[in-house]
Design a binder for this molecule. Structure first.
Ligand code: HEM
Length: 366
């Protein structure tokens, strides 16, 4: 769609219909709160709400006359299009470290991101008090939104790190591909099943979090020079899926369901294949499923002239311990680890939705 509704019980930009229906361009921007006190922090969240509401609706900016800096950059021209923009705002555990007297409101499962075996986390790419996920159909729309938001929130929110992302069209059909060449997002939950796995609805969590979601962002480099020297068969057994169609190795079409009960020794889909470890498809692991919403990144070359590419792995869940961490711990030492390098990211709590024109982000918290 050209416009995603801004007001609602949940924020937009999490459940966009269908795994490949997500907008093609994104920016993930972590910011640190520099507001002097809780009142100023509330004011900056109100400003952020106003800007997100205006930008996601589109429409001309006010004319302030030639004697003023213009209200808008005009990067998108005078008639600002909505262009499928979503602004999804999340908060990190460091916001609750009690600079702002919020310690008692800390979500139960919100901690700094765990360091997993094979991680090489760089502090400059890790954490943040706030995570902004901006998504739109074109990169200039993402740029415009980020430029507007940072202009209006400077002083209260200081950008810390940023990674831009892109998604491919179906090639040739079905789910879009990551930069290892495999369709990525096929087995995502959809519809009401997805909703029941991602939105927080838990009496043991603070009331202000209800309708929100735990967001995990992992910035993961892909070592494509190494990957491109691996045989097709080995690539496919690492994932458990065919590269051409995305079908599971025991199936014919992308959306066929793998049947692990028929292959207990892993003769067809190895026991350590990515999809088999990530989702063993047993009754007791069903509530560990999560919603992935990742984007490719390409930021040029490293100092050796190697491609500096990968993906911003992003997933949403009700419970970061029960879902993301359980899955991630099963994936430790999977064969794929030789070809990928996580170096940043964080755990965040995606705020509940902004209900109406009088509401603002985190209104039940601030
Ligand atoms: C499935 C790629 C990391 C969780 C897949 C698939 C691919 C893929 C190609 C198969 C198609 C699909 O169903 O989407 C990657 C790459 C990663 C990565 C390149 C980079 C390191 C992760 C991480 C997690 C994860 C960190 C969570 C901790 C899953 C899950 C599935 C999946 C839950 C679906 C399994 C199923 O339900 O059959 N991934 N993935 N992946 N991945 Fe990953």
């Amino acid at each position: 769609p050209a416009t995603y509704p801004f007001h609602g019980v949940h924020q937009a930009g999490v459940l966009t219909p269908g795994p490949s229906q997500k907008q093609k361009h994104a920016a993930f921007v972590a910011l640190d709160a520099t507001a002097a006190n809780r009142n100023d922090l509330k004011a900056v969240f109100q400003t952020l709400t106003d800007r997100a509401r205006a930008l996601t609706a589109g429409g001309p900016a006010p004319d302030l006359g030639v004697g003023q800096p213009p209200a808008d950059s005009d990067v998108l021209g005078p008639a600002i299009p909505a262009d499928g923009l979503t602004v999804t705002v999340s908060v990190g555990s460091s916001l609750f470290d009690d600079r702002y007297g919020l310690a008692s409101a800390r979500p139960k499962k919100l901690t700094p991101m765990r360091v997993f075996p094979n991680d090489a986390l760089d502090d400059a790419w890790t954490g943040g008090d706030v995570m902004l996920q901006l998504c739109a159909h074109h990169p200039d729309t993402v740029h415009h939104a980020l430029r507007d938001i940072t202009k209006h929130t400077r002083g209260g929110l200081q950008p810390r790190w940023r990674m831009d992302g892109f998604d491919s069209p179906p090639r040739p059909s079905g789910t879009s591909r990551n930069l290892l060449g495999f369709k990525d997002g096929t087995a995502n939950p959809t519809g009401s099943e997805a909703a029941s796995l991602i939105w927080i609805d838990d009496p043991s969590e603070p009331a202000w979090t209800q309708g929100g979601s735990y967001q995990v962002v992992r910035v993961i480099r892909m070592l494509t020079e190494f990957w491109d020297r691996v045989s097709l068969q080995e690539q496919q057994t690492m994932f458990g899926r065919r590269r051409d169609s995305g079908a599971p190795l025991d199936g014919n079409a992308e959306f066929d369901t793998p049947d692990y009960a028929k292959d207990p020794k892993g003769d067809v889909i190895p026991l350590d294949a990515h999809i088999r470890l990530a989702n063993p498809r047993t009754a007791d692991t069903a509530n560990q499923r999560l919603l992935r919403r990742s984007y490719n990144y390409d930021r040029g070359l490293d100092t050796n002239g190697d491609l500096d590419v990968g993906h911003v792995f992003t997933c949403y869940q009700q419970d970061v311990v029960r879902q993301f961490e359980t899955v991630q711990l099963r994936l430790v030492d999977e064969p794929l680890v030789d070809y990928v390098q996580p170096f940043g990211g964080g755990y965040f709590l995606t705020l509940p939705g902004v209900r109406d024109a009088d509401d603002h982000y985190a209104s039940a918290l601030l």
